[in-house]
Design a protein around this ligand. Structure first.
Ligand SMILES: *Cc1c(COP(=O)(O)O)cnc(C)c1O
Length: 437
């Protein structure tokens, strides 16, 4: 296809004139991998089609929400019915209560939940709640964990532990991140030191339990255990950001995965998003009643939203949550994620290419390494050129993975074993090239 007939190129040029970088969220721009973003015209099941009519097997699924695949009939019906009843009222509805009840039943560490419209909003509000509930200001986050783009969270590690972080974005004043302490993920020593230095001032520790914003890096069980112990000991709140992992890695979310090894384990505050909206703008944060009582209108921590608990979004989320509770849903999803990772690992081995991967439920990640990385610094040592060769090779063969090496992949209920076999075969052809390079 020449540039003159490539509709993706034409649309990208047009988009760049009216939208900064041509996209409404930066990673969509393909800046890390080069080339032209695919403009999507429609999606169905495990596939989407771009503006040239080219079909792709979709392992992004809107960055996580589309756990049932695109256009699941029960979800489409629920949304269509909801739309006919009105788009938004700015007044409470029974469906919000139903969705809240459903979330709390599945994730029992929360007694109450507040619905919002994006993961960013949920994470930002969870921190305000933690600060309001503890009367403290400081917080811990980990390098490589993403919690949305609230000012206080756009921060990277400073020069030492006693100093606080530096903004990662222009427009964030240094004072705004001066209370945010950034530590290395899975580093017990730094964790101990941070609590020893700042324990009494810490409002909360926020973490992605299985970090999907540095590809796929699990917090080790001893690390999560120690985070829990230190928070309890020092009166800080443990916040699990499950925007990506919630209802994605297991029906009980990542906290239920850790509770297998740590009986009785629970975070103090949970942040949800992505899957709970089934592809509509919906997110949530929740906790035990005594913490949620701090939230307006009950308490002094202010939080609000014109479109919060939107009736169409809640219909979409409820229908999605009902489907994922069907018997065997997560067993099948897990099996397919493992089938993909095992297939790719075997193919890479055959061609002598360093490769490893991991998965939990419908979330997976892989690396051009021999061993799974434990933190962001290691993930960032990936050979960019080789990753980009793999990315573009897959794209050319009709397989769509995240256009950046620090993003997880997502399996859906709609992916078939044949789709996975096609993906593994494409991967194998590319490993052959990489092995000769
Ligand atoms: C996607 C994501 C967010 C941000 O959610 P948005 O809906 O994009 O604002 C926050 N935390 C984690 C772990 C995420 O994966």
């Amino acid at each position: 296809m020449t540039p003159n007939t490539d509709r993706n190129i034409a649309l990208f040029e047009r988009a760049k004139l009216v939208i900064p970088g041509g996209v409404n969220s930066p990673v969509r721009a393909f800046k890390a991998v080069g080339g032209t973003p695919r403009f999507v015209t429609r999606a169905e099941g495990a596939y989407f089609w771009d503006a040239n009519g080219q079909r792709y097997i979709d392992y992004i699924g809107s960055w996580g929400p589309m756990i049932l695949g695109h256009g699941h009939p029960a979800v489409v019906k629920a949304v269509q019915d909801a739309v006919l009843e009105g788009f938004s009222y700015g007044a409470p509805t029974e469906r919000e209560v139903e969705l809240a009840e459903e979330i709390l039943r599945l994730v029992p560490s929360m007694d109450m939940v507040r619905l919002v419209s994006s993961g960013t909003e949920a994470a930002m509000s969870a921190i305000r709640l933690a600060r309001g509930a503890t009367g403290r200001s400081k917080l811990i986050k980990f390098e490589g964990c993403y919690h949305g783009h609230a000012d206080a969270l756009l921060v990277k590690a400073g020069s030492g532990l006693a100093t606080f972080g530096n903004p990662t974005s222009a427009g964030v004043p240094a004072e705004v991140v001066q209370h945010t302490l950034v530590l290395e993920f899975n580093n017990l020593e730094q964790l101990e030191e941070a609590f020893a230095l700042h324990g009494p001032e810490l409002a909360c520790l926020m973490m992605e339990p299985i970090a999907g914003n540095m590809n796929f890096v699990r917090a080790s069980v001893p690390f999560v255990k120690r985070c829990r112990e230190l928070c309890s000991q020092h009166g800080a709140l443990l916040i699990f950001d499950e925007v990506m992992t919630g209802f994605r890695v297991a029906l009980g979310s990542a906290q239920s995965v850790y509770a297998r090894d740590l009986p009785g384990f629970e975070p103090d505050i949970t942040v949800m998003g992505k899957v709970i909206g089934g592809g509509m703008p919906l997110a949530a944060f929740g906790a035990r009643r005594h913490i949620m009582n701090f939230l307006a209108p009950l308490g002094a921590v202010y939080q609000a939203g014109t479109l919060s608990g939107n009736p169409v979004a809640t219909a979409c989320g409820l229908a999605t949550l009902r489907e994922i509770q069907k018997p065997g849903f997560f067993d099948e999803l897990s099996r397919k994620s493992r089938l993909l990772i095992d297939g790719l690992t075997q193919a890479a081995k055959t061609e002598g290419v360093a490769f490893c991967g991991d998965s939990e439920g419908g979330m997976f990640g892989f690396f051009l390494f021999d061993q799974l990385p434990q933190n962001y610094a290691k993930v960032m040592t990936t050979d960019n050129a080789r990753f980009n060769q793999l990315f573009h090779g897959l794209l050319d063969r009709g397989v769509y993975i995240a256009p950046a090496l620090y993003e997880a992949g997502f399996m859906s209920a709609a992916h078939t074993d044949a789709d996975i076999a096609t993906t593994v075969a494409a991967g194998h052809a590319l490993f052959k090239q990489l092995g000769q390079a």
